[in-house]
Design a binder for this molecule. Structure first.
Ligand code: AMP
Length: 139
């Protein structure tokens, strides 16, 4: 699938639009989902340009999983999450809405995903407060 440099996550990576950042390293960025399905819902993205898992180089996929592990552990510690659900959609046929590869890291259980996917905007201050607890647990 061809990569659109103007997708919203590419703009976040170029700092053209803001995000509530949780973690960044050479290969990945983690930030809060603005339409979370549970409190603490985060996204991990590679800096490499890829739309789906099937376009993503192995090294970038491995880097994403390392960051997912960090964020998931911080959600468990910082938010007291009992479990962490990973979700990753490939292509519009799967319901992918942003065409830059990403892994949803969602504290809670599968039964908690009652909020519809990518529809309800959360309060920014609430997101920032949750992010601060996750970031503190990363330290
Ligand atoms: P998907 O449908 O799997 O492509 O997921 C895209 C996710 O990105 C959804 O959960 C949206 O809520 C989230 N999202 C869209 N725009 C932004 C943004 N500017 N900052 C953070 N998350 C976003």
């Amino acid at each position: 699938m061809s990569y659109d440099n103007n997708n919203i996550f590419a703009k976040i990576l170029r700092r053209e639009i803001p995000c509530i950042k949780l973690y960044e390293d050479e290969h990945t960025l983690a930030f809060m989902d603005i339409m979370p399905q549970t409190d603490g819902h985060a996204l991990v993205i590679p800096k490499a340009s890829a739309v789906t898992l099937f376009d993503l180089p192995d090294e970038a996929a491995a880097a994403c999983m390392r960051t997912v592990r960090k964020i998931g552990n911080a959600q468990k510690q910082g938010l007291g999450a009992d479990g962490v659900v990973l979700m990753q959609l490939n292509g519009p046929g799967a319901g992918q809405t942003v065409p830059h590869f990403h892994i949803h890291v969602i504290p809670g259980s599968i039964g908690d995903l009652r909020r519809p996917h990518a529809t309800v905007m959360a309060d920014q201050n609430h997101l920032k407060a949750l992010a601060a607890r996750i970031v503190a647990a990363l330290a």
